[in-house]
Design a protein around this ligand. Sequence first.
Ligand SMILES: *Cc1c(COP(=O)(O)O)cnc(C)c1O
Length: 466
Amino acid sequence: MFQPKTIIEPFRVKVVEPLPRRTREQRAEALVAAQWNLFSVPAREVTIDLMTDSGTSAMSQEQWAAVFRADESYAGANSFFRFRDAVQELTNMPHVIPVHQGRAAERILFSVVGGEGQVIPANTHFDTTRANVEASGAEALDLVIEEGRCPSTEHPFKGNMDVAALQKLLAERSEQVPMVVLTVTNNSGGGQPVSLANMRAVREICDQYQVPLFLDCARFAENAWLIHLREEGQQQRSPKAIAQEMFRLAHGTWMSAKKDAFGNIGGFLALHDDALASQCRNILILTEGFPTYGGLAGRDLEALAVGLEEVLHEDYLQYRIQSTHYVWQHLDAAGVPLLRPAGGHAVYLDARAFLPHVPVAELPGQTVSIALFLEGGVRACEIGTVMFGHTRDDGLQEPGPMDLVRLAIPRRVYTQSHMDYVIEVVRYVFERRQHLGGLRILNEPPALRHFTCGFEPLGWDPLALT
Ligand SMILES: *Cc1c(COP(=O)(O)O)cnc(C)c1O
């Protein structure tokens, strides 16, 4: 029997969007105008946009059809009940609270359970999660396993939580811990999955100290598929059955539906606890909207309900994870230093190893991102010292934990030839890496500086590279 080796995109194209094509000169002009910050470059200048996989998915024909069916009633719309049923089918949680995106759920939840003196441990908090925990006055603690902190270490579940560290924390201060969080997959730690075995072990410790376990589940389907592929005894189970077990192990969950629900906007908070749900709904009404729409239109709820079901199709997940792995494999074979293994939604270049001659304080991740855009119109995202470091009192840069450049792959948007092009661009820049230099930050805002700051090349001309 014919056994194809090629994993094809499990869709064909019905509507097309033109790809911006620009010359190197046009991109150079855009970069100078943006002071070398890719967040300030207009999308019309970008040929392949890998800045994020958030809100950038292509919707299916079934999602668009559902958009037309939507019920825009203020209270109790049919669209809400379809959305609620889709979330409950996965989570089995009685309370489903829609929100306009993930961070709205975080703000609501942590304004109820956070606050001064509280500690919230996670494998790794995503940046908006950490910001919302800290804005409530609580402390955000990252307890990812040792392997999850080093780009070059191989481990199938680098998103796992350090169970011994959690046990120690709860033994000492469980009355200060209102919840334990597992981010699946672990976005800030390289899109790495958490195993079922680790989730079960974390849940057992939570039970011992009567602390609830929450999932930050933006990429639950990618996590379930990586469990299916990598965890012993899980190969016969469907990603849906695995996802359902993940949610059964949790007391509550929130989701940025801009990721694994193929939404361009949206999110939810789902809970077992009646009292907590009622407190959260009270805040929701104040700032998001009535509990049956929570800041979304009926058409958004419809698209998400369909997306939550489609994302667990095995041919989609096989294609999704394989397409990320495809880029990873080709870059690895070319000797480009990468975070290992490939993540679910992105490939991460290790910028410190990519540019060993550029000091960390001179922002090697930003340099690599600029070069990828200038040479090939590929927009990536620095996840390193610009994003997670800060300028010290003496004016020097305090480095971030790692200096990564994330190539995030939007869902169902780009084809294999687009990815072949990206591989070519990265290789081209890598072969010329000795010509690249460092940068310094200009006009730095007080918080989240990576979005708006400007840069200046230090003693080299990025435009001169050929
Ligand atoms: C994107 C994301 C969030 C925040 O969601 P938004 O929809 O961007 O507000 C929270 N947690 C994780 C893991 C995410 O990936």
